[in-house]
Design a protein around this ligand. Structure first.
Ligand SMILES: CCCCCCCCCCCCCCC(=O)SCCNC(=O)CCNC(=O)[C@H](O)C(C)(C)COP(=O)(O)OP(=O)(O)OC[C@H]1O[C@@H](n2cnc3c(N)ncnc32)[C@H](O)[C@@H]1OP(=O)(O)O
Ligand SMILES: CCCCCCCC/C=C\CCCCCCCC(=O)OC[C@@H](O)COP(=O)(O)O
Length: 272
């Protein structure tokens, strides 16, 4: 009986292996499917640990989530080369902005996430089962992208609480995933918060995934991601009139860095 199960198991694994070798689409679907299942299972386990250790929603839970997600890279053969971690060592709160390519970004996020740092996320994430639960427990700030006024209100509230509670806030200023190897124009919410709270902006850039991950061509293999944490950009003394200029400066610096890290020739472009 047990030998029968073993033989069936081996046959199924062999079949999956052959299908993955023959078809990039099957390979892609299986690997992404596995990533989602891993996120759901790991989130459930992490949520139990968070509730036991910290009792409810708190940024302290991010340490547990970070430790769990840092193991994911070994399942997918993703390697990180990180530079500039010292730039996170600013006194007090800060806004961290980074490029956003895929749901795989959660690995890159947790690889470098500093202590006392929460992310801004779309509210739909709350409804993704255990992943929603863990984002809630980790203190993620949810915004409704369909309502500018409500999103702006939440962001302005963040500007006040981040100073009072001494937390850093991680925002994806492109506002959505973009796996083209370039940046989308930046939305200004993150820069408004930085100016309102008079805290520095720390840009973080991840090299393009396109050499090992591309949903359009169904590519998903192992690969290396270069990460660079750039020096903080001060906002002391800036007013809302300076937000557009601050956004453009940050966009241009990050775009140059993205191209350099991805081995792509640079070209000038406006953020608008
Ligand atoms: C085991 C574990 C498994 C996994 C565990 C994972 C845990 C971690 C989870 C991490 C989650 C990460 C999720 C990532 C995302 O969800 S990304 C998508 C959501 N994020 C964003 O959208 C952020 C970026 N967007 C913005 O900043 C936008 O500006 C926004 C505030 C949302 C408003 O957008 P929109 O409606 O499109 O309006 P505009 O951007 O066009 O802005 C309109 C005008 O308003 C001005 N503005 C914007 N914000 C403010 C503000 N705070 N105060 C004042 N004014 C503001 C803006 O400048 C525009 O005016 P002008 O055109 O400049 O005149
Ligand atoms: C009971 C309900 C069950 C629902 C199951 C849902 C399955 C989802 C399972 C795993 C998904 C893993 C997601 C990890 C978190 C990723 C965060 C993220 O990258 O969000 C994308 C968001 O930034 C931008 O969204 P869009 O690009 O605008 O779109």
């Amino acid at each position: 009986m047990e030998l029968g199960w073993l033989l069936w198991g081996t046959a199924v694994l062999l079949l999956l292996h052959v299908l993955m070798e023959l078809s990039p689409s099957v390979n892609f679907a299986l690997r992404i499917g596995f990533y989602c299942v891993l996120c759901l299972v790991a989130s459930g386990l992490a949520a139990a640990a968070c509730l036991l250790v910290n009792g409810g929603r708190t940024v302290k839970n991010m340490r547990i989530i970070r430790a769990v997600v840092r193991t994911f890279k070994y399942f997918f053969g993703v390697r990180f080369e990180v530079k500039g971690l010292e730039n996170f060592k600013v006194e007090g709160p800060a806004i961290i902005v980074s490029n956003h390519q895929s749901i795989l970004d959660m690995m890159g996020l947790m690889e470098v996430l500093p202590d006392n740092c929460v992310q801004v996320g779309k509210k739909e994430l709350m409804y993704t089962g255990t992943v929603g639960l863990i984002t809630y427990l980790g203190g993620v700030i949810f915004i409704n992208r369909k309502s500018t006024s409500s999103a702006k209100m939440v962001m302005s509230e963040v500007a006040k609480t981040m100073v009072a509670e001494n937390v850093k806030v991680w925002v994806y200023p492109e506002g959505t995933r973009n796996c083209t190897g370039d940046l989308l124009p930046f939305k200004k919410g993150a820069f408004h918060i930085a100016v309102q709270a008079q805290v520095p902006v720390i840009p973080v850039v991840y090299s393009s995934f396109t050499t090992f991950y591309n949903p359009k061509t169904k590519l998903f293999t192992s690969g290396k991601i270069k990460v660079e944490i750039l020096p903080p950009i001060e906002t002391k003394g800036l007013t809302s009139d300076d937000v557009t200029d601050l956004t453009d400066r940050c966009f241009n610096t990050m775009r140059e860095t993205l191209f350099r890290l991805s081995g792509r020739p640079s070209e000038a472009k406006d953020s608008s």
